[in-house]
Write a protein that binds this ligand. Structure first.
Ligand SMILES: [Zn+2]
Length: 462
């Protein structure tokens, strides 16, 4: 029995690990590498295994850095099942098809300069059809349902509290009378996050693979964050402007809607019209509202009281381009939630062009903004920004609201791992180098575990 640490050991994207037992090869996640162009080129390198040799794939959650190379795997010959939590399967329908269209656009863009320089053209990494073939192979499971997926290999999904359907995966391997239990954390959420349950308690394992995205950082206090959102809405209201919220379609958009519903009276939201202006976020929200049995107690109560989700009246779902363009005429009293989360594309860019030079406009940044994106330039306080080739003065007030991360911080990670009682070996994956080292030190120091940081491609006998 072996585990081989493959993707997501040298960074935080492209999660993929390989388990070998009983003559079978099982893949844990098959994520896309996301980052700089040089790093993303790694997606085109051959897999370190033959896709046809894999017996089963187990997917922890829908995010593309965990699921995004499944269509490629299927394109290259994998025909077996992809086991995942039911809601993850539903979100993947949205995410993988979107990823395929991004791949097509990327290839078109790349081929423009290749043509000019007489270089050979490239194919998109995969097509919508490949994505649909991968989706057709998905086998949905419920949380806490234990299933033997191959002779001697069983799995069980436990709620990871990160996005809807996100799971930590328990894997039992049996080979020649020896049993080993592996737990793969997947991406873990924060405790007490909106809508979702806390990460489930797991107490036993021989080996634990734990993510470490925030292995050395603490998030801001949640209550302070919520108070701040209320204050921003109130000052936007006094200044008779619009409030723009760039947000990722899956997870963050639903959290924002949930907060707006929960604090509807307190934040006097009947003075506002709220627009969810993103076809992808609208589809994802429908999946969120379709899985109420996955909610935590508070969300369940809110839903019951209002008999709907999200629990408020002034919400407009604007899928069509016409409906979206009609928002342009509103000069005050609109809360507009749109993608992309980092303002580097999507409908939010059009709303920024319309509103950014107006004094009363407020922009609320609720997610991470990568270097080089328009969102980052707004966070950095640039006085004018270039959008679609034109310069716009930034007269809007830009607020950066921390504390809404979908990821566990170092205290959450420590709390989750502390439930293990039988001294498992802990392998720290899925984080930047420093974050992994720091969390390993914490595991070995105050938490008292045996811990290491596996190298890319490292094999471990179980
Ligand atoms: Zn994730």
């Amino acid at each position: 029995m072996h585990i081989e640490f493959y993707g997501a050991t040298s960074g935080i994207t492209g999660s993929c690990h390989i388990l070998r037992a009983n003559g079978h090869l099982v893949l844990l996640d098959c994520g896309l590498i996301q980052g700089r162009r040089e790093e993303e080129a790694g997606n085109r390198e051959p897999f370190p295994f033959s896709p046809g040799d894999i017996s089963a794939v187990v997917l922890s959650h829908g995010h593309i850095d965990h699921s995004g190379r499944l269509p490629l795997l299927v394109k290259q010959g994998y025909q077996g099942p992809i086991y995942t939590q039911n809601a993850t399967g539903a979100l993947c329908e949205i995410l993988l098809e979107d990823s395929a269209s991004l791949q097509r656009r990327d290839a078109e863009y790349e081929n423009k300069w290749r043509k000019r320089k007489n270089k050979p053209l490239i194919e998109p990494l995969y097509s919508i059809e490949d994505a649909r073939n991968a989706l057709a192979n998905m086998v949905g499971m419920r949380y806490r349902e234990k299933k033997e997926i191959l002779p001697g290999i069983s799995i069980r999904f436990q709620d990871a509290g990160h996005i809807l359907g996100s799971s930590s995966v328990e894997v039992w391997l049996n080979e020649s009378g020896v049993q080993r239990k592996i737990v793969f954390s997947g991406d873990l959420g924060q405790y007490d996050s909106p809508i979702l349950n806390d990460p489930a308690v797991i107490e036993e394992a021989d080996h634990v693979l734990i993510e470490s995205t925030y292995g050395n950082r603490r998030h801001r206090d949640r209550q302070m964050t919520i108070d701040e959102i209320g204050e921003i809405i109130s000052s936007a209201s006094h200044q008779h402007g619009n409030l723009l919220i760039p947000a990722f379609s899956i997870g963050r958009s639903q959290e924002i809607l949930y907060f707006l519903g929960k604090h509807y009276d307190e934040w006097e939201l009947d003075r506002w019209e709220v627009f969810l202006d993103s076809p992808m976020a609208i589809k994802a929200s429908k999946v969120y509202w379709d899985y109420p049995h996955l909610y935590d107690e508070e969300a369940t109560r809110l839903r019951r009281n209002m008999n709907e989700m999200p629990p408020f009246k002034t919400l407009h779902l604007t899928s069509s381009v016409e409906d979206s363009m009609a928002i342009n005429n509103i000069r005050s009293g609109a809360i507009i939630i749109a993608g992309s989360g980092m303002c580097n594309g999507g409908r939010i860019v059009h709303h920024l062009k319309r509103n950014i030079a107006r004094e009363g406009t407020h922009i609320m940044i609720v997610g991470y903004q990568a270097y080089g994106t328009l969102g980052r330039r707004l966070v950095d306080g640039e006085e004018q920004v270039k959008i679609h080739g034109d310069f716009y003065p930034v007269r809007a007030q830009v607020h950066t609201v921390g504390g809404l991360s979908a990821h566990a911080d170092v205290d959450d990670l420590s709390r989750w791992i502390s439930h293990f009682r039988n001294d498992p070996a802990v392998h720290v994956v899925h984080g930047e180098a420093q974050s992994k080292q720091d969390f390993r030190d914490r595991l070995e120091g105050e938490l008292g575990f045996r811990a290491d940081v596996p190298e890319q491609g490292q094999e471990l006998e179980l």
